[in-house]
Design a protein around this ligand. Structure first.
Ligand code: UGA
Length: 427
């Protein structure tokens, strides 16, 4: 049965959720507090890049609208989906202020049957929201947790063809309601209590991060012993108990989710008196990974003082324009601190970026960034970088030194072209 849904938050998660729910036949009103964002959406513009999203929004305009006003969004809403962001506070805990302000706005919603939280929240948040709903005269409104597992750059596909749908709720009616909203999607539905659903989200991300740090640690050992992490990773991934995904060695994870969720889980553990050793180690390996890259380059060049370094790829991964917690930001800052000049290229990263990016120069073509450079770092696995005419780049560079932070290129080929080629965990 098609429902009327208010989606709170028009960020990566909210917009994808809203577009996909509209695609599934529901009527969706998206509410955001940023006037410029809402105006652009009302004018048919999509303010973020996510493959397939603009097309999906365009084909569902009849069932999809955008507003700044919570009351308008809630006027006919049977379900309120909370998709606002939960950035870290100064203490590293998740900042739930945006979640609370949505919950506050629900009072008096005439048709509301359920509040569903998709935002990533600490375990126990659902219980607190339930109490606040009861105190606001919304005892009749059910509560569910429906965490998201979509990755940026493939979020629409992940939503429509997920590995599983997780629904946490305390009664069968709300679970059936949320399950029915996904009618048309063929995936196992994992039903559980609210706290377990909240933990599932954090645990899934922690498992993925741990795998990346694990393979990066193996990569460091490969470097010390002469083994090749790419061969090791492929071979261990073929063991069905291990699996092939998230075993790509490189300069580590970034993005809007892993850094914040690892910190939030760590604080959640600490707040309960538990010392999360494995999680701490995964975070530490990830932090070190970027500094090791600079150290490797420094050893190759002698000193970075006064050098020109091309930094190719800025976003935290390809197919996104998202720069949040991108490893490249740490690389740029470290290079500048070592006295290097940094020349960047990225096909999608925004032009306006916070520090340290204003101290770098941006080039529209990768070859322009490479012209006269003393070394190049590949920081994002953009397919364009695989296709670059590296023989031409070699001739343009002052010194053909490369650190391939994503193991994107073939070491033998790059050396044959005359590059001093270094990567992560490969001899
Ligand atoms: C991640 C999860 O993959 C999603 O399932 C989850 O829903 C999402 O966080 C979230 O919590 O919202 P995302 O951050 O978009 O998605 O990106 P990933 O594809 O997971 O990549 C994260 C980082 O890990 C990137 O910087 C990527 O380059 C790095 N990575 C990934 C590696 O270094 N090695 C790998 O093998 C895989």
């Amino acid at each position: 049965m098609p429902r009327t849904i208010a989606v709170f938050g028009a960020g990566y998660i909210g917009l994808v959720t809203a577009a996909c729910l509209a695609e599934l036949g529901h009527t969706v009103v998206v509410r955001d507090i940023q006037p410029e964002r809402v105006q652009r959406l009302q004018a048919g513009e999509v303010p973020i890049f996510e493959p397939g999203l603009a097309e999906m929004i365009a084909r569902n305009t009849e069932r999809l609208s955008f507003t700044l006003d919570a009351a308008t969004a809630l006027a006919a809403a049977e379900v309120a989906y909370v998709c606002v962001d939960t950035p870290p506070t100064v203490s590293g805990d998740a900042d739930l202020s945006r979640v609370w302000s949505v919950v506050d706005s629900l009072r008096g919603a005439p048709a509301l049957l359920a509040v569903v939280v998709k935002s990533t929240v600490p375990v126990g948040t659902g219980r607190r929201i339930r109490t606040v709903l009861n105190e606001s005269g919304l005892e009749h409104v059910a509560y569910a947790s429906n965490p998201e597992f979509t990755a940026e750059g493939r979020a629409v596909a992940d939503f429509m063809t997920p590995d599983r749908i997780v629904i946490g709720g305390s009664d069968q009616d709300v679970i059936r309601l949320v399950a029915d909203l996904h009618h048309g999607i063929n995936a196992p539905i994992e039903v559980m209590d609210v706290a377990s659903a909240e933990m599932t989200k954090l645990a899934a991300n922690a498992a993925l991060m741990t795998r990346i740090s694990f393979i990066n640690e193996i990569a460091a050992l490969c470097e010390l012993t002469g083994a090749d992490v790419e061969l090791v990773s492929k071979a261990i991934g073929l063991d069905h108990r291990i699996g092939a995904h998230f075993l790509q060695a490189g300069i580590g994870w970034g993005g809007s989710c892993f850094p914040k969720d690892s910190e939030a889980l760590k604080q959640l553990a600490s707040n309960t008196g538990y010392h999360p050793q494995l999680l701490n180690a995964a975070i530490e390996v990830n932090n070190l990974q970027k500094r090791r890259a600079i150290q490797t380059l420094k050893q190759a060049l002698g000193s970075l003082e006064g050098t020109e370094i091309a930094l190719l790829g800025m976003t935290f991964k390809p197919s996104t324009d998202d720069m949040r917690e991108s490893p490249s930001t740490v690389l740029a800052a470290r290079l500048l601190a070592e006295g290097a000049r940094v020349r960047c290229w990225d096909p999608l990263a925004p032009q306006e970026l916070p520090e340290p990016w204003s101290q770098t120069t941006r080039h529209p073509r990768a070859l322009d960034a490479l012209d006269g450079a003393d070394a190049v770092i590949l920081a994002t696995a953009w397919p364009e970088l695989r296709e670059l005419p590296w023989h031409e780049a070699h001739d343009l560079m002052r010194r053909p030194v490369m650190f391939d932070g994503r193991n994107l290129l073939d070491p033998a080929k790059m050396r044959a072209l005359g590059f001093t080629y270094m990567s992560v965990g490969r001899p």
